[in-house]
Write a protein that binds this ligand. Sequence first.
Ligand SMILES: Nc1ncnc2c1ncn2[C@@H]1O[C@H](COP(=O)(O)OP(=O)(O)O)[C@@H](O)[C@H]1O
Ligand SMILES: O=C(O)[C@H](O)[C@@H](O)[C@H](O)[C@H](O)COP(=O)(O)O
Length: 266
Amino acid sequence: MDASKRGRPEAKANGGAKKFKPGERKESEEKEDIAPKVRREESLPHPPSGSLYLHISLTLLLTLSSIDHFGEIFFQLILKVSDHLTRYERMAVVLMGVSGVGKSTIGELLAKTLNCSFIDADNFHPQSNKEKMKNRIPLSDEDRIPWLEVLRDLLNASLVSGKIVILGCSALQKKYRDILRYADPNFKSDYSCEKCVVKFVLLDVGVELLLNRVAKRVAEGNHFMPAELLQSQIDLLEVDVSEGIHKVDASRSPQDIVDEIKALIL
Ligand SMILES: Nc1ncnc2c1ncn2[C@@H]1O[C@H](COP(=O)(O)OP(=O)(O)O)[C@@H](O)[C@H]1O
Ligand SMILES: O=C(O)[C@H](O)[C@@H](O)[C@H](O)[C@H](O)COP(=O)(O)O
């Protein structure tokens, strides 16, 4: 399929969608240039692939099968370890939410913890998008879709090479997240992929704290996003309860947040 078309959202009614405002609990729960930069942490190797573990397991089984039922017990143990380790493979974790929730802060820390790449979606906005935001004009679908398609292709490249990757991206609406979901080679429009490897974690912070964080960041000259645009993002944030998105209280310390995300996704 034409890569530029793949993952374009259909115009869909968002039936059943539930809106979460920042701080609300779930019931059940500048760079001036356009050139994209992907920060990589490649100092440590990734865990070996599942097939290698399977191979080791089978070899051990053959070796130990001659020693009564000890071999069978040991084989089960190896399978459990293999299952745990292979869950680190081929996964894209999208840290989502409105401006200031901590996508960059938490994304960098999480990626460091997992020895994987972190992609900050902000670095992939074309200059025209940044100018709009600087001028207090919210982005439109036409502004966001090509940006999301670039991010989808980056995630896809990581996934097909068997890597884990973290993306910090607002992904405020289901139609935007659906574009990113197509990074998963197994994702189908009817959501039938059995083991979807693009996972979303919604970082949640109350409005007052958010405003403080964003205003401080702008005052320090560290970001193009003005606090005045925050409300437009809060209004747009929509999470369908059926999407199975993890929601995390991101008003805590970065380490606590990272620990919770690790426990949720690994
Ligand atoms: N858990 C946290 N505790 C304290 N300050 C935080 C936390 N997360 C982010 N911040 C601060 O809030 C501001 C916005 O964080 P950032 O990671 O840039 O958010 P986002 O990428 O979602 O816009 C930054 O100044 C950052 O240092
Ligand atoms: O979809 C959008 O309207 C933008 O991508 C927006 O969501 C993003 O928030 C800005 O780029 C600010 O960046 P931070 O979210 O990192 O503050």
